[in-house]
Ligand binder design. Structure first.
Ligand code: IPD
Ligand code: CA
Length: 290
């Protein structure tokens, strides 16, 4: 694997994401064609990657048959992250192409065709962004200290599960973040629902949002942006105290922007919000009886 030219692969992934982006932006934003668009864009990406990188595995949101991620180089792809935004014409829609090696996010490319905004990174070589063909800028855009949860702008997502322990955990976390300190909450500066986990995590990497938390998204939502985040100095963690080595298929992720001591204080404070509550994902689970 040491012979792989990751920079060249990254360039190739950027060109592929842009060509997929053209395909997306030419479609009308209507609900009835969205599945066709999702599948069509994924086929385009999969066919190209299969011909250029025949020995690599491929996992895509639309075609996956399970989450058996091995140590082999594996492209993990979401052809359209932000499908609901796409349907509504809200311009937070991304093509997300990640390359994971030894289950570690190694190259990440996230492209929003509606804003012509690109985020990309190769492990060990920093993370960058460029908009509308402007020169690339290194991430984070404006490095600055990170305070506590109270002063943070945090991206959250409701996801599609609306009952059971995962939803209850979401409700608890969201209300605790929002509530005033007088009623036992953290009274956060602001909460954002961007509707694309990939874009939200890239905005954490950029420092435009301080953190992202979701209980219930998938490896294809996070694989590419995860590499961008880490190369921008951020950290991907679990929400439970002490769980720092979060796996690619954990399904519950806390992304924190670049901060002193790797954002440890922020992650620990967030862990305090979650407390003993469990979800059905990750190593500390409850059985979903809903
Ligand atoms: C969804 C988005 C959303 C997140 C969901 C994902 P999709 O992906 O990333 O932000 O909350 O969990 O499934 O369906 O738009 O590809
Ligand atoms: Ca999708």
């Amino acid at each position: 694997m040491s012979t792989l030219n990751l920079q060249e692969i990254c360039k190739d992934m950027i060109a592929l994401a842009k060509s997929a982006g053209i395909e997306i932006s030419e479609k009308k934003n209507t609900a009835d064609i969205v599945t066709t668009t999702d599948r069509g864009v994924e086929s385009h990406i999969r066919d190209y990657l299969a011909s250029e990188y025949p020995s690599f595995d491929f996992i895509g949101e639309e075609s996956h048959t399970g989450l058996a991620i091995t140590n082999k180089p594996t492209f993990i792809v979401d052809p359209i992250d932000g499908t609901s935004n796409f349907v509504h014409g809200f311009p937070a829609v991304c093509v997300s192409i990640g390359l994971v090696i030894d289950k570690q996010p190694t190259v990440g490319v996230v492209y929003n065709p509606f804003l012509d905004e690109l985020w990309y990174a190769v492990k060990g070589f920093r993370a960058f962004t460029t908009t509308r063909g402007e020169p690339s800028q290194r991430l984070p855009l404006t490095p600055r200290p990170l305070g506590g949860i109270n002063s943070a702008c945090i991206a959250i997502e409701w996801g599609s599960g609306r009952e059971g322990p995962n939803f209850e955990l979401n409700l608890h976390v969201f209300t605790t973040l929002a509530r005033s300190a007088a009623s036992g909450g953290k009274f956060v500066n602001s909460l954002r629902c961007i509707g694309s986990a990939a874009e939200a995590i890239c905005r954490v990497a950029a420092g435009q949002v301080d953190a992202f938390w979701e209980c219930g998204c998938w490896p294809w939502d996070v694989a590419a942006a995860w590499c961008v985040l880490v190369e921008a100095g951020g950290v991907m963690a679990d929400v439970h105290p002490g769980l720092w080595d979060v796996s690619i298929d954990n399904k519950r992720y806390l992304a924190v922007r670049a901060a002193e001591a790797g954002g440890r204080k922020f992650v620990e404070e967030f862990g305090g919000v979650v407390g003993e509550r469990r979800s059905t994902y990750g190593p500390l689970t409850v059985v979903d009886e809903s």
